[in-house]
Design a protein around this ligand. Structure first.
Ligand code: FMN
Length: 208
């Protein structure tokens, strides 16, 4: 078996009273049981990202704010991402959109899967986030995990644990993780191949 994929789980909400970390911790436990991925939590609260204030996306110009650069370095470490998002007014949280905007190159050519929670399982937020992922040259996978309705209300209010509401979530989580793993392997091989080609070309130029 090839080396494990490095997958980052991004907690998309940052408010003090958030629910997001509970869903993210559940997803981390489920993904870690597979054995084909190392799964790290990435908490936006730890990055203190400013609202985007660069001269351009780092596609065009290196970012100047050290907090943006630190974020880009962390994002660059992963082969793929699982984003856990709330739905705020039918879209992703502002913190999550800002975090997407604060990097570009580091997201490219990698898969991204989503878990959402809310009345409708954050389905609308996830659809928006998938469009953002396309612009970032990512591979948004088909299946998402949606914690919705009464299960969401019970888990959010602390009346039931994530374990108690997971029956409806586990099949979707398995599908989503399979898709992220498939694209993660494929895109890592492609990125490695491209890096080798570039290194060979540099050696040839140096030797000429
Ligand atoms: C500003 C705001 C807007 C919200 N809009 C929606 C919404 O459009 N759809 C929805 O299902 N829930 C909505 N909610 C309820 C959230 O699903 C619920 O508060 C959830 O716990 C938020 O995630 P968080 O606790 O991780 O911040 C909204 C909550 C907030 C604070």
């Amino acid at each position: 078996m090839s080396e494990k994929l490095d997958i980052g789980i991004i907690i998309g909400s940052t408010r003090e009273a958030r629910f997001g970390h509970k869903a993210a911790q559940w997803l981390q436990a489920v993904a870690s049981r597979r054995g084909d991925m190392r799964v790290d939590l990435i908490d936006l609260k730890n990055f203190d990202l400013p609202l985007f204030n660069e001269k351009a996306s780092n596609l065009w110009l290196p970012s100047e704010d050290p907090r943006a650069v630190a974020w880009q370095k962390r994002i660059a470490e992963f082969d793929g991402y699982l984003v856990v998002t709330a739905e705020y007014n039918r879209s992703m949280t502002g913190a999550l959109k800002n975090a997407f905007d604060q990097a570009y190159n580091e997201w490219n050519h990698k898969p991204i899967g989503f878990m959402g929670y809310g009345g409708l399982g954050a389905a609308r937020a996830i659809e928006h986030a998938r469009l953002v992922a396309i612009e970032l040259q990512m591979v948004p996978v088909r299946t998402a995990v949606h914690l919705s309705g009464g299960d969401f209300m019970a888990a959010m209010k602390g009346q039931r644990s994530m374990h108690e509401v997971e029956a409806h979530l586990l099949p979707a989580a398995a599908d989503m993780l399979d898709q992220v793993a498939w694209w993660g392997e494929a895109s890592r091989a492609a990125r490695d191949g491209r890096a080798k080609l570039a290194a060979n070309a540099a050696t040839a130029v140096a030797a000429a």
